[in-house]
Design a binder for this molecule. Structure first.
Ligand code: SF4
Ligand code: SF4
Length: 306
């Protein structure tokens, strides 16, 4: 099964688990605090906000935070691609997605294609080159994305606002919270409780955030920032580029993997890979099958070069 399909199924199953929990009144909660009775996975950002807002460290929440940190060290930012409901929502709000769906319906090619001019390809380059391919889109790995960026500033602001106002302010506008808030309100429509204006306000705010802050995940999300910091020691499930197969080594200006990456990273750049959300898209789209990911079966090499 293609990794992209598996990812979509996981996203749908996780989302449905929350909805079923609500419908059956099973008390499983939402992604902000999902679990069963005393066992719960609480949002690590929410935990940190509660600590600074109340100026108290709750032992149970601290245990959850440590368990989350261990999970992130093993699986990196996999939550962002495999569980977060904001990813499919953002995709639904993109014109590009609808255009691709329409093209697909009309039987046209939708996969990213690189335009290779055979005369650009240097035939002399040996295929067993040991040097790693250089990043065409930066002036060297050292100048790639710094470990701290705009998301970390927002993470700082999130914690500061919780300390100043004494409650987790960001949770009021968190897109994940707004998504499940909307689901809860929709469900309450069938119950005895009044829903009121919130049913309009939550989805409107959510759509506005995702439309205005188009690059939410890579530029603004404080949870992504926190996961990115926690996943600095992560070394597992990283994509690996086979230099001997990469088209860049053959003189082709290929950037299919970068264009496919939802985290906007270049899988060739080791410094950025702590931000990898293990989606596997780079490996799936690479026209030369030069990228492998441990949990994904590698495609047989595609022939793109003459
Ligand atoms: S998509 Fe594949 S061939 Fe192209 S630059 Fe990335 S790893 Fe190399
Ligand atoms: S580097 Fe590859 S696996 Fe990692 S987030 Fe980007 S596209 Fe997904």
């Amino acid at each position: 099964m293609k990794i992209n399909i598996l990812r979509r199924i996981t996203l749908a199953v996780a989302f449905l688990a929350v909805v079923v929990g609500l419908v059956l009144n099973a008390g499983t909660g939402t992604f902000s605090s999902f679990g069963w009775q005393a066992i719960a996975a609480i949002c690590p950002l929410g935990v940190l906000e509660s600590f600074v807002a109340s100026r108290t460290i709750f032992p149970r929440a601290l245990i959850v935070l440590v368990v989350t940190a261990v999970f992130v060290i093993i699986f990196g930012k996999a939550f962002c691609s495999w569980l977060c409901p904001v990813v499919p929502l953002r995709s639904l709000l993109r014109v590009k997605t609808w255009k691709a769906l329409l093209k697909h319906k009309n039987g046209k090619e939708v996969n990213a294609q690189i335009r290779v001019n055979p005369t650009d390809i240097s035939a002399d380059i040996p295929t067993d080159v040991k040097t790693p391919p250089t990043c065409k889109h930066c002036s060297g790995c050292a100048s790639q994305r710094t470990k701290l960026d705009s998301r970390h500033l927002i993470l700082g602001g999130t914690l500061l606002s919780a300390a100043v106002f004494g409650f987790p302010v960001f949770c009021l506008i968190c897109p994940i919270g707004l998504t499940f808030g909307t689901v809860i309100l929709l469900w309450q429509l069938f119950g005895p409780n009044e829903v009121g204006l919130a049913l309009l306000l939550y989805p409107a705010l959510l759509v506005l955030e995702l439309l205005v802050l188009r690059k939410w995940c890579v530029k603004f999300c404080p949870l992504g920032a926190l996961l990115s910091l926690l996943s600095l020691p992560n070394r597992l499930f990283r994509p690996k580029v086979d230099s001997s197969q990469c088209l860049r080594m053959k003189g082709v200006d290929c950037s299919v993997c970068i264009d496919a990456c939802p985290e906007e990273i270049d899988p060739h750049c080791q410094q950025d890979l702590h931000d990898c959300s293990k989606c596997g898209l780079c490996a799936e789209k690479c026209p030369a099958s030069a990228i492998s990911i441990p949990f994904r079966q590698k495609n047989s090499s595609k022939s793109v070069l003459p």
